[in-house]
Design a protein around this ligand. Structure first.
Ligand SMILES: Cc1ncc(COP(=O)(O)O)c(C=O)c1O
Length: 400
């Protein structure tokens, strides 16, 4: 008798985690490896946020909270959405959960029926299609070409919408490309959506603070408030505030959807971590200037990566607006032979060859729905990044 439920047959484990695991194994076996597949800032949580967490423990804030989050945190989130996103929301439109990932999952489970289509811009973050499939929906991919800065063209969105479309997922800045959309770009997508009132929008804004060169992105519900009653805005503390391990994410949306997500949460994870919620209030209401200081370092690394990748034979790299990823094109190495005699047929062959020869772990573009590309995370020390990029150059120069 099979033990595993049929719904799992459509779900793969995260390929980014698989590469990270392989490189960790190589590292523990004594190989000199550099991991470029991580999805978290190398910076620590700032001291006053840590202190707020420590104080919460000392003050005995160690019990359950309301399932959908503490009133203090929901209030701080409403203020943040008003201040930064032009979104007006009341606390009953907010759900706090255990990380952005759980928020996205609860939103899909709360809205998607079997066979509903969900439009996902490609390249996409690896978890979207699998989460949609867990909810028994059908992912529908819209290609966002490099020559449009990996952004979705409004006409491609229009063409992808059918009577069965339930939701569009947006992600700016994007994982894996770092591409971000301006208010103007988002306005054009909003215009398309205004013609299709049956389509919900879920916008994943977890990288919103990681933007360089003065680029500004926008929230679709802030750009077009008439879409607010069918938009779920997802965000969290993980990336911009360097709080990945605290596990706090949140959603803002229509009351009925938030209530349904809260019901899912009450019967699964229950309330998010109490101490992390206190620390998150501090992060949202305390000083914000360190984010820009850290961004100056991320920008320097992005520029280094783009420059060195563009100097590498067989590779070309688009300069993204944000996040901590670049998504170089590796079409020029396909068909070449590695020193070990093996031919590179795919971007996966390329990243596996690179890991084996140089101990550098990147993730193949196929995992994100676009090839031949690969993703590099530059959330590691500048010296290590430089060393990794030198090894990529050496690997590519040795191809025949
Ligand atoms: C695009 C995107 N959305 C959401 C998440 C989830 O973040 P969290 O750590 O808050 O669950 C990630 C994390 O890698 C991400 O890259």
């Amino acid at each position: 008798m099979p033990h595993i439920a049929k719904r799992l047959s459509r779900v793969k484990p995260s390929p980014t985690m698989a590469i990270t695991k392989l490189s960790m194994e190589m590292k523990s076996a004594g190989r000199d490896t550099i991991t470029l597949s991580q999805g978290e800032p190398d910076f620590d949580t700032i001291e006053d946020v840590k202190e707020a967490g420590i104080r919460a423990i000392r003050e005995g804030k160690t019990k359950y909270t309301a399932v959908d989050g503490t009133p203090e945190l929901k209030k701080a989130i409403c203020a943040k959405l008003k201040r930064e996103n032009n979104i007006t929301a009341t606390p009953d439109q907010i759900l706090v959960s255990s990380g952005g990932k759980m928020v996205l999952y609860a939103a899909l489970m709360a809205t998607i029926d079997p066979g509903d289509e969900v439009i996902i811009p490609a390249p996409y973050w690896v978890s979207y299609p699998d989460m949609v499939q867990l909810a028994e929906g059908e992912p529908k991919f819209v290609r966002c070409p490099e020559n449009n800065g990996f952004r979705m063209r409004p006409e491609d969105l229009e063409a992808a919408i059918t009577p069965r479309t339930k939701m569009l997922i947006l992600n700016s800045p994007s994982n894996p490309t770092g591409a971000a959309s301006s208010a103007e770009d988002i306005r054009k997508l909003a215009d398309v959506l205004m013609r299709h009132p049956h389509v919900l929008v879920m916008t994943d804004e977890i990288y919103e603070h990681l933007l360089y060169d003065g680029f500004r992105t926008a929230s679709i519900a802030g750009v077009e408030p008439r879409l607010a009653d069918r938009t779920i805005t997802v965000n969290g503390m993980s990336k911009g505030y360097s709080m990945t391990g605290w596990r706090i994410g949140y959603a803002c949306g229509p009351k009925d959807i938030i209530k349904a997500m809260s019901a899912i949460q009450s019967q699964s994870v229950s309330s998010p971590n109490t101490i992390a919620q206190v620390a998150s209030v501090q992060a949202l209401t305390g000083p914000q200037d360190y984010i820009q200081e850290r961004n100056a370092i991320f920008k320097e690394r992005r520029d280094l990566a783009v420059k060195m990748l563009n100097e590498t034979p067989g590779l070309s790299c688009h300069r993204p607006e944000g996040a901590f990823y670049v998504f170089p094109n590796c079409a020029g190495v396909i068909g070449k032979t590695m020193p070990n005699g093996r031919r590179i047929e795919t971007d996966e062959d390329f990243v596996l060859g690179l890991l084996e020869a140089e101990g550098v772990a990147a993730v193949h573009g196929t995992a994100f729905g676009m090839s031949p590309y690969f993703r590099i995370s530059y959330a590691l020390s500048t010296e290590e990044l430089k060393e990794a990029l030198m090894r990529i150059q050496r690997f590519c120069k040795a191809l025949r």
